[in-house]
Design a protein around this ligand. Structure first.
Ligand SMILES: Cc1cc2nc3c(=O)[nH]c(=O)nc-3n(C[C@H](O)[C@H](O)[C@H](O)COP(=O)(O)OP(=O)(O)OC[C@H]3O[C@@H](n4cnc5c(N)ncnc54)[C@H](O)[C@@H]3O)c2cc1C
Length: 472
């Protein structure tokens, strides 16, 4: 039988369960499919950086598949509801008796997948779908009461125990098809940011991802616990775009680390163990998304938080987006986000909390802006991070915790290197004043006064949450 393999956010050959299945069973070859769906992507707030990265990855994938006799064909549609028919027509045209793909968990994606399964089923074709995105599939872990976890720490304990109990997490090697097809691949759409500065920062291809991981393990992972919160240290892996698009699997990351330290996941030294914990957070947010799908529909994880009264303040929102809040670390972060399509985790927390707490602007506005600007935009992680910052989510920061952006700046950018890199008008300010320039320094540098006073803004944010408790 000939198999159709539908690639989505699993844009790789190694450790790809759907592709492996087709290689094992495709006695009459394999056709690969990709579904460009620009209108739907835009409706999901995907911005150019993410679309660009994905399309460059698909170009790379098509070339790699071509060498193995697997032509990549397009099933382009405007919206997801047209995808099942487009894929079925592709299967009919190329006489594919089966469809293999790896599951996506977001509500619209899951609905589209279900409709595709039904369309292929009605047409008498086989379908197989695999869990792929998590190290442990989202539905494999449950609390004692049989529900999905709402808190990270017990989830992470159950996660580790599941591995110890013999769960097979080792990645599968790169698949090799039994038969090569002599059929041309389709011409792919051009990436929207081709040859731009952002595009150059995030090269496509699994080899690049493997090199980044190797370098991180060799140079950074042991110091990760001490350095990971310092944006100027460049001490995190920067693998998030690769993981979001599935260029490398989290299983491969885990196995590479375990091999490098010659240890099972539960016995890794502190540095790699702390990094693996971030992969567990990633699994956790996907688990939450499957268990509590209302978060895909713009709803706060905690239902009562629907009643919060956020401010409508377009000018403040714009100042935040453009890095003109008058808080140097916040502004440096937002400018680096616009320029690179990526942001350090500590800074994501700082700017997110600033938007939700200091400006009292709805976290969904910030979530949307991140989606639009990040190369690694990913619904589960992005939503999890924003709802944590807004105190509306799982494990949320308690509402009275409001990061002081100046204190964060002194603590996590102590020498002001990151600020000077991105707020160049402040580069001449020496010493600790960089964190909180005085009025004269600001005037000279052409840098704005703070748009809010930290103390007042903090109190107003706390009042907003207290009103909720009082039924206001
Ligand atoms: C407001 C906010 C929004 C965020 N939006 C996204 C997003 O759209 N896409 C995204 O991939 N991550 C998001 N994160 C999580 C985190 O900031 C990034 O994954 C991380 O900064 C990526 O850098 P890295 O690859 O160097 O991470 P590393 O520190 O090297 O971590 C390795 C990997 O673990 C995962 N990871 C790390 N931290 C977290 C976390 N807190 N939650 C879940 N997974 C994590 C990522 O896949 C990351 O690539 C967000 C966090 C916040 C606070």
């Amino acid at each position: 039988m000939r198999w159709l393999v539908w690639f989505r956010n699993d844009l790789r050959l190694t450790d790809n369960p759907a592709l492996s299945h087709a290689c094992r069973n495709g006695s009459e070859g394999i056709i690969a499919a990709f579904n460009p769906c620009f209108n739907q992507w835009r409706a999901h707030d995907w911005g150019d950086p993410k679309i660009d990265y994905i399309l460059r990855q698909v170009h790379w994938l098509s070339a790699q598949l071509g060498k193995r006799g697997i032509p990549l064909k397009l099933a382009a549609t405007e919206r997801f509801e047209h995808t099942p028919a487009a894929l079925l027509s592709l299967a009919q045209r190329h006489e594919c008796g089966g469809l293999a793909f790896n599951l996506e968990y977001e509500v619209n994606e899951a609905r589209r997948d279900q409709e595709t399964i039904e369309a292929f089923d009605r047409d008498g074709r086989e379908i197989v779908a695999f869990h792929d995105q998590n190290i442990i599939p989202p539905s494999a872990l449950h609390t004692g009461e049989g529900s999905y976890y709402r808190v990270f720490t017990p989830f992470s304990r159950a996660w580790m125990k599941h591995l110890e109990d013999g769960f097979e997490w080792r990645p599968k090697p790169a698949a090799k098809p039994k038969v090569k097809l002599d059929l041309a691949a389709d011409r792919l759409p051009d990436p929207p940011l081709a040859h731009s500065a952002i595009s150059a920062l995030w090269p496509a291809g699994a080899d690049h991802a493997k090199r980044v991981l190797k370098r991180f393990i060799e140079h950074w992972i042991s110091d990760y616990p001490a350095q990971r919160d310092l944006p100027a240290a460049d001490a995190t892996s920067t693998l998030s775009p690769c993981l979001a698009a599935g260029v490398i699997s989290t299983r491969t990351c885990l196995a590479t680390i375990c091999d490098a330290f010659n240890a099972q996941p539960q016995h890794l030294p502190r540095g790699p163990a702390t990094w693996v914990r971030q992969l567990v957070w990633r699994d956790f947010y996907r688990h939450v998304l499957v268990g509590y799908p209302h978060i895909c529909r713009n709803q706060p994880f905690q239902h009562r938080m629907r009643r919060l009264s956020w401010r409508d303040a377009p000018q403040d929102f714009q100042a935040w987006q453009e890095g003109r809040t008058g808080y140097p670390l916040v502004d440096a972060a937002m400018r680096s986000l616009s320029a690179t399509g990526w942001l350090h985790n500590r800074l994501r927390m700082v700017v997110a909390m600033f938007l939700c707490k200091h400006l009292r602007i709805d976290w969904r506005c910030g979530e949307r802006h991140f989606n639009n600007t990040l190369v690694d935009a990913d619904l589960a992680n992005n939503n999890g991070g924003w709802q944590w910052s807004a105190s509306t989510g799982t494990d949320a920061a308690p509402y009275f915790r409001v990061f002081n952006p100046t204190t964060q700046s002194r603590r996590f950018d102590p020498d002001g290197h990151f600020i000077r890199d991105w707020c160049q008008e402040l580069a001449d300010i020496e010493g600790p004043a960089i964190h909180e320039p005085d009025a004269v320094q600001r005037r000279r540098a052409g840098y704005p006064e703070p748009i809010v006073d930290h103390g007042e803004a903090r109190q107003q944010a706390i009042n907003m949450f207290k009103m909720l408790d009082q039924g206001g």
